[in-house]
Design a protein around this ligand. Structure first.
Ligand code: B12
Length: 216
C-alpha cells in the first residue's frame, strides 16, 4: 500500500476531516484527479474490509463516505468548456447509493469536454431510459458497488438494446474489478475497474458514433 493510501486510511479511521482534505488536495495538485480516484478507492476498500472484519464501525465507514463526497465537490475543478461535437454522455449510479466512484469518473469526462448529463444516484431502469430519450444520450456510464445492483444491469441492457439500440453502455465499480466475466454476464459493451479506464472506453465507443472527421 502506498504512503498516501495508508495516510488517508488512518485519517478516515479517526474521522479527521482536515487531514482527509489535506491529503486529497495534495494528491490532486501533485498527481491529478485520476490518482485521487485510485487513492480513494484503495483507502475506502480497506475501510470496507475493516467493516467486514468488525474492526471498523458503520459510523466510521459512513462518515468517511460523507466527508469524501463533500470534499470531492470542492476539490474537483469546474469545467465550463463543453465541446458539443462530442457524443452526449449520461452518468448514473444504478440502484445503489455509493456515489463516490461516479463523481470521479464524471470529473474525468468533464476534463475531456464531453457534454455530460447527470442522471442521478439510486436511479432505476425507467428513469435511465427516459433520460436517454429526453437528453439524447449516446454513451451511458453506469456505476454500481453492490453485487445485486451489478447483476440487475442485465435487465437495463436488455431494455436499452430494444428501446434505444444505438446507445453504448459502459459499466464500472468494484464488482467489475472482482468478476472479470461480469461484463459479458450483464451484456454491457465495456466495463472498468478504475476511473482512468474511462478515457480508453470513450475513445473506442466514440469512434462508432462521432461522424467522420469528428474530434476524437
Ligand atoms: C463508503 C461506503 C458506503 C457509504 C457510501 C457513501 C457514498 N456517498 O458513496 C455508505 C455508508 C452510505 C454505504 C452504505 C451501504 N453500503 Co457500502 N460501502 C462503502 C465502501 C466502504 C466504500 C465504497 C467507496 O466509496 N469506494 C471508493 C470509490 C472511489 O471506489 P469505487 O466506487 O470502486 O469507484 C472506483 C472504480 O470502481 C471506478 N468506477 C466506479 N464506477 C465506475 C463507472 C464507470 C463507467 C467507470 C469507467 C469506472 C467506475 O472509479 C472509481 C475510482 O477509480 C464499500 C467497501 C468496498 N470494498 O468498496 C462498501 C460496500 C460497497 N457497501 C456495502 C453495503 C452492504 C452497504 C449497505 C447495504 C450497508 C447497510 N447495511 O446499510 C448500504 C447500502 C446503501 C445503498 N443502498 O447503496 C457492501 C456491498 C456488498 C456487496 N457484495 O454487494 C460493501 C462492499 C462493503 C462490504 N464489504 O460489505 N456504503
Amino acid at each position: 500500500m502506498t504512503d498516501s493510501v495508508q495516510e488517508l486510511f488512518g485519517m478516515l479511521l479517526s474521522v479527521d476531516r482536515g487531514g482527509i482534505e489535506q491529503i486529497l488536495k495534495r494528491t490532486m495538485t501533485e498527481r491529478g484527479i485520476e490518482e485521487v480516484g485510485e487513492t480513494l478507492m484503495k483507502a475506502m476498500t480497506k475501510l470496507g474490509e475493516g467493516w467486514e472484519d468488525g474492526n471498523v464501525s458503520l459510523a466510521q465507514m459512513y462518515m468517511g463516505g460523507v466527508i469524501c463526497e463533500e470534499l470531492l465537490s470542492s476539490i474537483i475543478p469546474e469545467t465550463d468548456r463543453i465541446d458539443n461535437t462530442l457524443p452526449v454522455v449520461g452518468s448514473a449510479v444504478f440502484l445503489d447509493h455509493h456515489g463516490l466512484g461516479m463523481k470521479i469518473v464524471s470529473a474525468l469526462v468533464r476534463t475531456h469536454r464531453y457534454p455530460l448529463v447527470d442522471i442521478g444516484i439510486g436511479v432505476n431502469t425507467d428513469k435511465i431510459i427516459t433520460e436517454i430519450h429526453n437528453k439524447k444520450i449516446q454513451i451511458l456510464l453506469v456505476s454500481v458497488l453492490m453485487y445485486p445492483s451489478a447483476l440487475a444491469i442485465k435487465e437495463l441492457s436488455k431494455r436499452i438494446a430494444t428501446e434505444c439500440p444505438d446507445v453504448f453502455i459502459a459499466a464500472g465499480g468494484a464488482p467489475f474489478r472482482l468478476d472479470s466475466e461480469l461484463c459479458k454476464k450483464v451484456g454491457v459493451h465495456r466495463s472498468a475497474g478504475n476511473a482512468g479506464e474511462i478515457f480508453g472506453i470513450l475513445k473506442d465507443l466514440g469512434k462508432n458514433i462521432v461522424p467522420e472527421g469528428g474530434v476524437l
